[in-house]
Design a protein around this ligand. Structure first.
Ligand SMILES: [Mn+2]
Length: 370
């Protein structure tokens, strides 16, 4: 139960199944999805275990899992018929597909391994496997109130953790120790885990967009980028702030202010009906206008939910998607100057009916820590 909304995330399962089946109608009555991706398994069933396959046809919803998870699956996934499998999995899967009249199995092409695919193709014949882009990935793009409440909680924990850890970001501290402080704070504040290993990148390493925390000792007068998040009951947050460990040089101030202006302009542009590419372009043009366009080599942002990086992608090279209320995305422009250092400012926002609400409420003005 979620205290904020009075609902559970699993309460959304029937609606999610209905939306997935709308897509199945076109595929034909002998077709079913075989869901293997953990996030989609959880999203479509409510089952939180680490192993299991969903078989979803027009009329049936089955969760095939092993001895360890049968009881948990029955409790967490009441919409599903739970089927226990031994080894190989096909010994349980094949008769199930026969019973359900399924002759075509759509598999998640970006998740099922080649080994699993070959094994199932041989052992499940004459059922035909059809690799597909997972439809559930798109369904997950728009969050319901219970999901947004968990992401909001994960974001609040991350911002509170950051406030606690800022005093540890100072000359003489090791990047690795700052990352450890973040980990402690996140867990102490009630998260299940960090969303991902924290990025703590100082000095020239701040020019590495994904500089994992190293043994490097932070020195005076450097940029230090902290990029991290919290995980709460399957849902994630993601935030980045860049600090300075000394009075800024003119160049440092110029680069920081340009990134911050681009970030604020892009946040303003997050409105339902606008597209991912349009919002990306707002930040990109702002940085290009400041002479820093070539130093912003990644997309503006990404969806966040059961996965840290998910649909939709706010990038000039990804599929263009129209923003809708309920989408949760990051807005994270950066400028990375090789050998010098870099700046990124990232907020997590939920798209509302009229714009965007920032979930990672933490100061963004250039902050000197010394
Ligand atoms: Mn991010």
């Amino acid at each position: 139960m979620n205290a904020a909304t009075g609902t559970t995330v699993a309460a959304g399962v029937p609606g999610r199944l209905r939306r997935l089946r709308e897509g199945l109608a076109e595929a034909g009555e002998d077709a079913a999805w075989l869901i293997s991706k953990p996030e989609n398994r959880r999203y479509l069933s409510g089952f939180t275990g680490s192993a299991g396959l969903l078989v979803i046809s027009r009329d049936a919803a089955c969760l095939v899992t092993d001895f360890r998870y049968v009881e948990q699956a029955q409790a967490e996934a009441p919409e599903y018929r739970v089927v226990r499998h031994g080894h190989p999995v096909s010994e349980a899967l094949k008769p199930l597909l026969e019973e359900l009249g399924i002759r075509r199995l759509m598999v998640e092409q970006d998740h099922l391994t080649v080994g699993r695919f070959e094994e199932f193709r041989e052992q499940l014949a004459p059922v035909v496997l059809e690799p597909r882009a997972p439809a559930a990935d798109r369904l997950r793009g728009v969050k319901d109130a219970a999901e947004i409440a968990l992401i909001r909680e994960a974001a609040a924990i991350a911002t509170r953790a950051l406030a606690q850890v800022v005093p540890a970001v100072r000359p003489g501290a090791r990047e690795r120790d700052v990352a450890l402080e973040l980990e402690f704070a996140i867990r102490r504040l009630g998260a299940d885990a960090s969303a991902f290993p924290a990025i703590v990148a100082s000095g020239p390493r701040s020019a590495l967009p994904h500089g994992a925390a190293s043994d490097r000792v932070i020195r005076p007068g450097e940029f230090v980028t902290l990029d991290f998040g919290a995980a709460c009951r399957g849902y994630h947050s993601d935030i980045t702030r860049t600090f300075l460990t000394g009075e800024p040089t003119a160049r440092q101030r110029e680069v920081y202010e340009a990134v911050l202006r681009a970030q604020r302009a892009a946040l303003e542009a997050v409105v339902p009906g606008r597209t991912t590419r349009e919002v990306d372009a707002v930040a990109r043009e702002a940085l290009t206008g400041a002479g820093l366009g070539e130093y912003f080599g990644h997309g503006l942002g990404h969806g966040v939910g059961l996965a840290v990086h998910e649909f939709p992608s706010l990038s000039p090279s990804a599929e263009e998607v129209v923003l809708e209320a309920g989408m949760v995305v990051t807005v994270e422009p950066g400028a990375y100057l090789p050998g010098e250092g870099g700046v990124r400012v990232e907020d997590l926002v939920v798209v509302t009916e009229t714009g965007a609400e920032v979930l990672t409420d933490f100061p963004k003005e250039l902050t000197v820590l010394a």
